[in-house]
Write a protein that binds this ligand. Structure first.
Ligand code: LMR
Length: 396
């Protein structure tokens, strides 16, 4: 049976990491996968994570199963991060959360739920979007379509085209929005634009599915939730997929969550019961360790404050790299204007580099970026900036 199976193509993002690891050239640079590096080029283990793990090891008593929807205390923390602790949705049971293995796990659970309970709905994705979005929903047999988002001519949000596209989407379809730090473009709506988007979503009776993988990497923990909260204030039902890979630097622990918001407590409970069916058939119940780290940090005032400061350090470093990247390119490639990169937010920038230039960077300079021209700014360091910008200038 296996002899006739053909090899699958490498993953457009994680496949790059495999190729990068196999590359023996010195001074190679990986700006492909979205992983934050500190200025020495290492993925940090946050001090708060280390402290939480020490406490957990000292207090551990068993490794029994978690409930299907995970640890209730962790799930409460997730809702509080999303909406703030005093939000009525949190207090009155209209928002419920299931712990999932990473943000990708949350997306897949949401996809399976949509397929099972809303089989006629199409899922709308921004053009462009994360390379794995379409694949996840396709694998769950959820039909997908795209809506206008990014204007490559201005390197900014095509707001008028976005609003016009939303007006064309049929009632009761699902629209995937990036809460902040849009992946791959780094281009987000302003709060005022979010409010207008939310009004149209409500008017069109669309179900928003909000992918929230970078809370705290844009402008701050609360600031980055402003778009989500504007939607939650205007639209009665939504799905939110959270990831804590980046903001807790917990990539390999696979810590995520799917939160559902419904018009009342009873319908929320019904939806969550269907989500639990999906989870049970998929991975039964989530792994405990990573979520316990997040819960330990968020429920301890001192650790939480220290984590916020570690998060701020990561965000500030990314923004400093954006500035240095633009300034260095301005010196080395004076004919081209890359200043738009400073206005983008989060780990990624859409550089405008085309496929041929991306290939040249990899073949001739051992610099790995995603084929779409997406660059992981959080992977840049002051030490590699000249090498990177010289190489980019040479392929322009
Ligand atoms: C990325 O977009 O690079 C990250 O979200 C990692 C991944 O799984 O693709």
């Amino acid at each position: 049976m296996f002899a006739t199976i053909e090899a699958a193509p490498p993953d457009p993002i994680l496949g790059l990491t495999e190729a990068f690891k196999a590359d023996s050239r010195p001074n190679k640079i990986n700006l492909g996968v979205g992983v934050y590096l500190d200025e020495t080029g290492k993925t940090p283990l946050l001090d708060t994570v280390r402290q939480a793990e020490q406490r957990m090891a000292a207090a551990a008593t068993n490794k029994s199963y978690l409930p299907i929807d995970g640890d209730a205390a962790y799930n409460r923390c997730v809702r509080q991060l999303l909406f703030g602790s005093d939000h009525s949705l949190v207090k009155n049971g209209q928002a419920l959360t299931a712990q999932t293995p990473g943000g990708t796990g949350a997306l897949r659970v949401a996809a399976d739920y949509l397929h099972a309970c809303h089989p006629t709905a199409t899922l709308w994705l921004s053009n462009p979007t994360w390379a794995n979005h379409d694949a996840i929903f396709h694998a769950a047999d959820v039909p997908t379509a795209v809506y206008a988002y990014f204007n490559p001519k201005t390197n900014s949000l095509d707001f008028d085209a976005l609003i016009a596209a939303l007006h064309e989407i049929p009632h009761h379809d699902v629209i995937l929005l990036h809460a902040c730090c849009h992946n791959p473009s780094g281009v987000d709506p302003t709060v005022a634009q979010w409010e207008q988007i939310a009004d149209v979503l409500a008017q069109r009776q669309l179900l928003p599915l909000i992918d929230f993988a970078y809370q705290g990497f844009g402008d701050g923990l609360e600031e980055d939730a402003a778009g989500l909260r504007a939607v939650a204030d205007r639209v009665p039902e939504l799905l939110v997929c959270s990831s804590f890979s980046k903001n807790f630097s917990l990539y390999n622990e696979r810590v995520g969550a799917l939160t559902i918001v419904s018009g009342d407590k009873d319908s929320a409970a019904n939806v969550m019961s269907q989500i639990k069916v999906v989870i049970r058939r998929n991975y039964s119940n989530p792994p405990a360790h990573g979520a316990a780290i997040v819960r330990t940090i968020l429920t301890d005032d001192k650790l939480r404050a220290q984590w916020l400061s570690e998060l701020t350090t990561m965000r500030n470093r990314i923004n400093a790299m954006r500035r240095l990247f633009v300034d260095t390119l301005a010196k080395l490639a004076p004919g081209r204007d890359f200043s738009f990169i400073v206005d983008q937010r989060g780990m990624f920038s859409f550089s405008g580099l085309n496929k041929d230039q991306v290939k040249l960077l990899r073949d001739e300079h051992a610099i790995y970026i995603v084929g779409s021209g997406r660059i992981n700014v959080a992977g840049m360091t002051p030490g590699s900036m000249d090498q990177l910008c010289k190489a980019i200038a040479s392929v322009l």
